[in-house]
Each structure stands twice: as C-alpha cells, then as structure tokens.
Design a protein around this ligand. Structure first.
Ligand code: FCB
Length: 451
C-alpha cells in the first residue's frame, strides 16, 4: 500500500483571525479603547462607516466557533490578543476579565485538540499608548515587552506557538506613511521610526520570552514577490526598491543585522541614521517565521508612484480578487524558497493566505454558500505550498485567511475572506464549499489536492 506523504504527519492545518476583526464588544468587561476602535469611529475612515463593535461577536460565540474549527478538522488556530483588553491603559494595571477571555479561548481550543498560535499584536494598539506617540515613542518596545510578559506568564503553560507582531510593514506603511489604516498618520519622516521601534519591540519580546518561555516564538511578515516587467535598468532598479521595501525591510535587520541599502534612497532625507546598538538588539533570530502571502507584483518604473517609483503592471490574462489582487499561486512557492535561500533554515509557516471573492450576504435557500473561486485559490496555493516542501523548504504549517468572514479593516464588511460565511444580520455561520474542501484536504493529508 502506498502511503501518501505530500505533507508531513505533524503539519499544522489551521485558519487565522485577529481580535479586532472578529471579536466585537471592544469595550466589554473593562477593556480600554484601541486605535482601531477610534479610527473606525472617525467619520470617513472605513467603508460605509463600518466598525468592529459587533463584528462576528466571537467574544461571546467563541465556543461555537471552536466547534466549527473542529468540524473543519483544523489542528491549529492562529488568533490575536487585544492588548487593551488585557491592559486597558496599555501598561500598568491588568484587567483580569480581559485576560480571562483568552484563557477560556485557549482552554476551549485545547479541549478540541487544536493547537493555539497566539499573535500578541495584530494592529490594535491601546489608544492610551497612541496618545503617547504610539510606535513613534522609543518606549514602545518596553511597553510591548511588558505586555508580552503578562501573556507569557498567563498562558505559556498552554500556548506553544507565540507570534510577536503581525505584518509590521502594514503597521508602518498603512498607519504612519499613507495613513489609510489606524492610527492614520501620513508622514514619511515618521514611518521609518515606527518601523524601527516595531522591530525593537519584537526583539524585546523575543528576549523576554527566551528568559522565561518554554516553547517557540516567531514573527509574522507579509511578503509579496517582485518580478520585473522588463529587463530595462529602470524596471530592474524599481523591482529592487520594491523588494527592499516590501520583503527585506523587516527580515534583513532581524536575520542579517542591517537594513536593505535601498531604503535611504527610497526615503531620501527622511531616512534616519539608527544607532548600531539598536541593530545589534534587533538581530534576534525568531524560532520560526510566519509568511503571509496573498499576491505578487510585476514591477515597472513609475515616477508617479510614491515613495518607491515602482508601479504595478496589470496581467490581463490572470484572475483578480475583489480587492484587485492578482491570483498567482507560483509566487507562494517562489517566496518560500527565497526566504529559505536568503535567511537559512528557520522553520516556516504560511500564517495567512486567502482571497476575497464575492459571496452573497446570506446563504442560498438550500443553506449552501458556493465559492468556486475561493476553493480554486485554496487548492492552487496549497499545491504551491506542497511544491515548496518538495523543494526542501522547511514548511511546518498552513493557516488559511480567514476562519470567518470578518471586518476587513478600512474595507469594513464589504470583503469576505472566510472559509465560513457570516450572515451579519443574524450571526448565522455557514461553512462555505471552500471550507468543506479544506476539511477534505486536511482529512486526506493533501491527497485531495492532486485528484
Ligand atoms: C492581512 C492582514 C489580515 C487581513 C488580510 C486580508 O494583511 O494581516 O488581518 O486583513 O490581510
């Protein structure tokens, strides 16, 4: 009998979410305000004025949601903790009721044999800390390490996979450079400082964990491979700039101890000179690296694109998602191989991968949600992950984004990424066809992908 071994027996098959996107009740049980709550409540900042006030009401329905994870056959679940539930002021007094929610969630997961992967920061900074400058304040690294230590002490007996930050690139680019995400700052002079302090914060939390944690701690970055539109020097240079800014910015300092040389050119006068001592601290290899992969960029020199002068060339023959992201599964294999080649044998996880395609607000009359485009996206990206394994990449797990349809940041509820449909009027959950397909992939340990 042939045993199918495309994915290792201990492969983590998961789905991912984040606190503000699904929990709802952001101020319940003594929680403090966070920057996403404030941003979403500022007129004009989100699609339709949508907020995370209710979201998927996961704060109250987490047990049902864990049961759905079980029904899908997941053996891992990646979620984030809301800092301001645990520390309403961001530092100082702990709010035991906020912490208790995550204790109950972790216990419910473990009861169902689902391994928690806990992200400490998925963009929802306590508003009280933002008033002190947020990630622009050099003290933010210490605030974060102190917060992390509270979580380590409360949950390291049960949580074996910790993540410091989710996508620091998005925090700095969306929150401090372009201002399209909370806290909505738009300043090229600020963004490199935010990025730097985020890297210091991640390193400080890793150091704290190494002193007292017993399992593994990693970092999650969003990567997007860059391919030149032509072989002209202008396009090749633009591709290098885009690659430096998107992909190497948050990895070179961590693994190699220096920023990519293109960054001073990109930021010009706004690029600060950072102390060498900071880079010594930042160079702190995590136990694993999470890669969030959604799309690629075919790059053309474009002087109108700020600050990179690197435009995106549309590929008319390809499928695009609702968010206008090109579907390009090969990019997942490419980027995983690139990480392994450049940064060595650090264990890798695909910590997010998924697509927003149109789904109706309610299930069909027969109770089904058929989402063939998402199902195909999932199949092709899982095949691409398998191809990376075949090529020797040390890939340990895959987390679909997302478990549930949810609050997609500035896009509000207009974009659905879930394996599970949420009817926001009733909070009814329906496993989509893509979710059923994923369950079958997990059950067959990947064999279904190749039928
Ligand atoms: C990632 C975020 C996640 C979600 C997906 C679509 O950048 O980490 O919260 O918004 O994109």
């Amino acid at each position: 009998m042939t045993v199918f071994t495309a994915f290792p027996a201990d492969f983590q098959w998961g789905a991912a979410t984040s606190a503000y996107q699904i929990e709802g009740s952001p101020l319940a049980d003594g929680a403090g305000r966070n920057i996403w709550h404030e941003f979403a409540h500022t007129p004009g900042q989100t699609h339709n004025g949508d907020t995370g006030d209710v979201a998927c009401d996961h704060y109250h329905r987490y047990r049902d949601d864990v049961a759905l994870m079980r029904e899908l056959g997941l053996n891992a679940y990646r979620f984030s903790v809301s800092w301001s539930r645990v520390l309403p002021e961001g530092r100082g007094a702990v709010n035991p009721r906020g912490l208790d929610f995550y204790q109950r969630l972790v216990d419910a997961l473990l009861e169902q044999g689902i391994q928690p992967m806990l992200t400490l920061y998925h963009w929802d900074l306590p508003a009280a800390l933002d008033r002190l400058g947020g990630w622009l304040n050099p003290d933010s690294a210490h605030w974060f390490a102190d917060y992390a230590q509270i979580l380590f002490r409360a949950l390291d007996d049960r949580v074996k996979f910790w993540v410091t930050l989710n996508e620091p690139w998005v925090v700095a680019d969306g929150g401090y450079l372009h201002g399209v995400l909370a806290p909505g700052r738009r300043n090229p002079f600020a963004a490199p400082h935010a990025a730097h302090h985020l890297l210091r914060a991640s390193a400080a939390a890793i150091q704290t964990y190494r002193a007292e944690g017993r399992h593994q701690i990693g970092l999650v970055v969003n990567l997007e491979p860059k391919y030149p539109a032509s072989e002209t020097v202008a396009d090749l240079d633009a591709t290098m700039r885009a690659d430096a800014y998107w992909n190497r910015y948050y990895l070179d300092p961590v693994f190699l101890g220096s920023y990519p040389p293109e960054l001073p050119e990109i930021f010009g006068a706004a690029w600060p000179s950072f102390p060498d001592a900071d880079l010594d601290v930042i160079r702190q290899s995590p136990d694993f690296l999470g890669v969030n992969y959604y799309s690629r960029q075919v790059v053309r020199h474009d002087p109108d694109d700020w600050p990179l002068a690197a435009g995106r060339v549309r590929q008319p023959q390809q499928t695009y998602t609702n968010l206008d992201w090109e579907v390009y599964p090969q990019g997942l294999t490419d980027i995983l191989e690139w990480v392994a080649g450049r940064y060595g044998s650090v264990p890798l996880y695909v910590t997010e991968n998924g697509a927003a395609f149109y789904d109706p607000p309610q299930a069909d009359a027969d109770g089904a949600v058929n989402d063939p485009l998402r199902q195909r996206y999932l199949r092709d990206h899982l095949r691409a992950a398998q191809a990376a394994l075949d090529r020797g990449v040390n890939l340990r797990g895959y987390f679909a984004w997302s478990l549930l349809d949810n609050f997609e940041w500035a896009h509000g509820y207009s974009q659905r990424f879930g394996l599970i449909h949420v009817d926001y009027a009733t909070q009814q959950r329906t496993i989509k066809a893509s979710g059923r397909f994923y369950a079958e992939v997990i059950r067959s340990r990947g064999a279904t992908l190749f039928q």
